[in-house]
Design a protein. Structure first.
Length: 211
């Protein structure tokens, strides 16, 4: 993991997001394909090794790692998957809805696919929650797009070890320590092209450590 050389302040977060999104978009097609396959492989191994049953995944957007081929493999294994569904208003709320092979998908206000004609699942029923991001630091702090959907959704689970909050990113998205706000929800671990790394915050996380 990268060593810290400073801090990312609130004032610089907007510029940091812009720089990281640009850096991510500049990955070559070959590098992106290779990294996506590696990330998918590491995530699949994480799920298999810990007997995970229910997973909240995400639909890739704006250059985020695309590991959707692994989702179909997980469905074939009998795992239960869910995708985020955001509110249509400006309250920036989000729930997770079940996603199966025959689930109708439609694009939300940002152009991201989400399930239609489904009912939300409870957060307590999830084993793993995959969290896309713009940047992350080695303390497990996450820099998102800035709308706060995940932070609002997960506030009640802040101090719990489940669902396991797994960031999904490329290693180039690791940055210097982020100055956090009181509402920010940290990650438990990160999956990038190099593997699965945990940010140990509670003893309960020992259940999710690699053997």
């Amino acid at each position: 993991m990268r060593q810290d050389t400073g801090q990312i302040s609130d004032l610089s977060k907007l510029e940091t997001r812009r720089e990281l999104r640009s850096k991510r978009s500049q990955l070559s097609s070959a590098s992106r394909h290779r990294h996506d396959k590696a990330i998918g492989r590491h995530f699949y191994q994480l799920v298999k090794s810990h007997g995970v049953d229910t997973i909240a995944c995400y639909w890739p957007f704006d250059g985020e790692p695309d590991i959707t081929p692994v989702y179909r493999r997980l469905m074939d294994d009998g795992r239960n998957l869910a995708l985020p569904v955001i509110s249509g208003g400006d309250d920036h709320t989000m729930q997770f809805h079940p996603w199966r092979v025959d689930t109708e998908l439609g694009k939300n206000r940002y152009g991201i696919f989400e399930p239609r004609k489904t009912r939300p699942v409870s957060l307590s029923s999830l084993d793993v929650l995959m969290m896309p991001l713009v940047g992350y630091d080695h303390f497990g702090n996450r820099l998102g797009m800035g709308a706060g959907y995940y932070d609002r959704c997960l506030e009640s689970l802040r101090n719990l070890a489940t669902p396991l909050r797994v960031g999904v990113a490329y290693s180039i998205q690791e940055i210097d320590p982020i100055v956090t706000n009181t509402w920010d929800i940290p990650l438990h671990g990160i999956v990038n092209e190099h593997g699965w790394f945990t940010f140990v915050r509670e003893q309960a996380l020992a259940n999710f450590q690699e053997d």
